[in-house]
Design a protein around this ligand. Sequence first.
Ligand code: SF4
Length: 83
Amino acid sequence: MSTARPCPRCLLSEMDDASAEGLVRRGVDAILPKDRTEEKVYQERLSICRFCDNLLSGTCLSCGCYVEIRAAIKTGRCPDKKW
Ligand code: SF4
């Protein structure tokens, strides 16, 4: 078990926590391929989240969602209209 505290600006997949990474993987896998964001756009969205003051340990404080899952949905939107 890691004693490291998660960085507030980390995404779940970047944390030293296999269960958090698994949560993202399962969430993204549950999205039908036709509804998934293309990889380039997905990474652009997450890049914006990484520098957003509303990101706290993979969760968006504006809407309470896990940003890596919301960003993976093609029609997903940032609640603060940043992407
Ligand atoms: S407000 Fe938008 S950019 Fe900021 S963490 Fe939430 S989804 Fe990401």
